[in-house]
Ligand binder design. Structure first.
Ligand SMILES: NC(=O)c1ccc[n+]([C@@H]2O[C@H](COP(=O)([O-])OP(=O)(O)OC[C@H]3O[C@@H](n4cnc5c(N)ncnc54)[C@H](O)[C@@H]3O)[C@@H](O)[C@H]2O)c1
Length: 410
């Protein structure tokens, strides 16, 4: 239950309020909103897009500090089915209806990729905080607009990148933070995924425009931002995919220079016409220990330890779960058996996204209640997203170095 009422300008005709310049009115409202969220113990989310998005509803409903106050998708029958299933009364088929609802503190956007940017911008304009699934946008200009809008409004934005809350990432991060890996020498990540059979909009995608699952662990681990990239395109996709997406390369393979560091990461991606099982891998090479992802899904990953007899260097490892970092009420949601729609291809392929869903929810909700930036914030989300956009540009120029735009560099 809410503990504080929302601010209502009941008598705007008195003139006092309206005589304030628009920017001051905005600042006053924002200061009130920050204060309100800092004091309140509950925030209201509207879930927008109920394919993958529906997966988050039971997590928010179980979280001690959130209420799912509304849901939205275009199909009226489907939104009613979802509302009935989860007991949610406010059901909308138009995004504008969500934004007009004064009870909604933030939107969690899970619509198709081309809708991420305009929905995020419109929500920020309407005074709503935004959590949005990956990627932030598909153009540099849209990323810039979102970063600027977040600065201008003081609202929170987080790209809901699953990989940096997966148990594997948290495990490697713990090894790095405690010094077990030693100094990092190289990072590598791959995301091969055959998208035949997925919704048609994927056919219009360029592999590197959906690269955040490989960019984020490399940069997130070392708390770095990308400075510049060089990417090559390799092979050819079939003609219909090439004409729909405007991209002819089957594989895109990219080096990322990490800013203010001597580190370089390597990432690669494909979406169509390459024979390989799905994989979202992350390899880290340190001076003392290295972590290598399994080649085959659900087999153990490997840790290599330096200066041991050759046959003792690699060891198969069981990665622990990190549910203990979460409020007890949502700890169970790291487990694959708690995946609500277990038939969704994304969960079959992603193994439940490494138990990341409740961590994402908890991080964004805490950032609102503690009035701090979430991880990743808007600038970091833009940097991770723009790596892929710059990488494709580089591939089209035969591997030329392309620098990340300044607004993504902090
Ligand atoms: N690991 C991950 O981070 C991960 C995994 C899966 C999906 N995703 C992302 O989640 C998003 C959704 O994926 P999906 O597989 O559920 O897609 P989908 O096409 O199955 O579902 C999209 C949903 O958005 C709704 N929608 C579309 N336009 C809308 C509008 N204008 N207003 C309100 N609702 C609208 C649709 O009704 C549908 O419910 C994609 O952007 C995808 O990139 C991320």
């Amino acid at each position: 239950m809410r503990e504080l009422p929302r601010l209502k300008i009941v008598d705007s005709t008195s003139g006092v309020w309206l005589r304030q310049p628009r920017s001051s009115r905005h600042q006053i409202l924002l200061a009130f909103e920050k204060e309100r969220l800092a004091m309140t113990k509950n925030v209201n989310v509207a879930m927008v897009g109920l394919g993958f998005g529906a997966e988050f509803i039971p997590i928010y409903q179980s979280h001690p500090n959130t209420t799912v106050s509304a849901i939205c998708r275009r199909d009226e029958k489907a939104v009613n089915e979802c509302g009935d299933q989860f007991g949610i009364a406010n059901r909308y088929t138009e995004f504008d209806q969500v934004l007009a609802d004064p009870e909604v503190d933030f939107v969690h956007i899970n619509s198709p990729i081309n809708d991420h940017a305009w929905m995020s911008l419109k929500a920020l304009d309407a005074g709503k905080h935004v959590m949005c699934t990956v990627p932030m946008a598909t153009t540099i200009d849209e990323c810039r607009q979102i970063v600027e809008k977040v600065k201008e409004t003081g609202l929170k934005y987080m790209m809901a990148e699953t990989v940096v809350y997966s148990r594997e990432y948290l495990f490697i991060k713990q090894m790095y933070d405690t010094g077990e890996l030693g100094d990092i020498q190289h990072l590598a990540a791959s995301h091969p995924q055959d998208m035949d059979g997925w919704p048609e909009y994927w056919e219009k995608m360029i592999p590197m425009h959906y690269a955040t699952h490989v960019v984020s662990p490399c940069l997130g681990l070392v708390n770095g931002l990308a400075e510049y990239v060089s990417c090559f395109g390799s092979g050819r996709v079939r003609d219909d995919i090439a004409s729909k997406s405007g991209n002819k390369f089957a594989v895109e393979t990219c080096h990322i220079k990490v800013k203010d560091s001597d580190l370089v990461a390597h990432i690669w991606r494909f979406l169509y016409d390459v024979a390989r099982q799905y994989r979202e891998s992350f390899d880290v090479y340190g001076t003392k220990k290295s972590f290598e992802w399994t080649l085959v899904e659900n087999e153990p990953h490997v840790i290599h330890t330096a200066k041991k007899p050759e046959h003792e260097i690699p060891e198969k490892v069981e990665v622990p779960d990190f549910a203990n970092l979460l409020p007890p009420e949502i700890q169970k949601f790291t487990l694959p058996q708690e995946i609500h729609d277990a038939d969704h291809l994304s969960f079959i392929q992603g193994g439940g996204h490494g138990g990341s869903h409740p961590h994402l929810v908890n991080e964004f909700v805490n950032s609102l209640l503690e009035n701090r930036d979430p991880f990743p914030n808007a600038v970091t989300s833009a940097n991770w997203t723009c790596v892929g956009i710059c990488a494709h540009e580089s591939a089209e120029k035969g591997g030329e170095i392309v620098r990340l735009p300044d607004f993504t560099l902090g």
